[in-house]
Write a protein that binds this ligand. Structure first.
Ligand SMILES: C[S@@+](CC[C@H](N)C(=O)[O-])C[C@H]1O[C@@H](n2cnc3c(N)ncnc32)[C@H](O)[C@@H]1O
Length: 177
């Protein structure tokens, strides 16, 4: 099945700027997320590649997928500065362009709120990691505060081009824009 293209030029540029402001705080979470990984790693929705500098040297290779063209360009730049080998490719989480059981770990960092079909994305992640591999998440949950939740839903919708999935995302850190 052909996946619709992911294009959200306004969000992409806004996210790139916002990351610059939030990165000091996020960097600690990124390091924690990636610590101890080994072997071949798949990262979905890599954005501008802000995780790349935090991969430990024990990782042999990262295949980083990013569907949005502007952010993918930024990710290509970040890959050149990464301490490990990072290959950036186009691809959506719902139809991963990689083989079965071909990764030692998979990373989803602030991505699942933007994918169109979370169940398919999770099934795809399960397909591509080898038995016993790790799936590591760094995702936000819907705020208990109505105004913040409203804002989250608007932002998630602008990132994906569809309605928000914030309410269905149930992992890790509370997120307040
Ligand atoms: C909020 S950003 C997070 C970027 C990066 N993972 C980080 O931690 O900084 C969400 C990313 O998911 C990407 N994305 C949107 N729809 C996607 C999909 N269906 N499959 C994979 N990635 C997607 C967006 O283009 C964007 O780069």
């Amino acid at each position: 099945m052909t996946e619709p293209a992911v294009r959200h030029p306004i969000f992409a540029r806004a996210w790139d700027r916002l990351c610059g402001l939030m990165e000091r705080e996020l960097a600690v979470q990124r390091q924690e997320l990636l610590a101890g990984l080994t072997g071949r790693v798949l990262e979905i929705g890599a954005g501008n590649g802000n995780n790349f500098e935090h991969y430990p040297a024990t990782v042999d290779e990262v295949i980083a997928l990013e569907p949005e063209p502007y952010l993918r360009g930024k990710a290509h730049e970040a890959a050149t500065r990464a301490p490990v080998r990072v290959t950036v490719r186009e691809g959506v989480a719902e139809a991963l362009p990689v083989g079965d059981e071909s990764f030692d770990a998979a990373i989803a960092s602030r991505v699942l709120c933007t994918v169109r079909d979370q169940e398919r994305a999770l099934a795809e992640l399960r397909r591509v990691v080898r038995p016993g591999a790790e799936l590591r998440f760094l995702e936000h949950v819907r705020s208990p505060h109505a105004r913040t939740a409203w804002l989250q839903e608007r932002l998630d919708g602008s990132a994906s081009g569809h309605g928000s999935a914030a309410a269905a995302t149930a992992h890790a850190t509370p997120w307040a824009p």
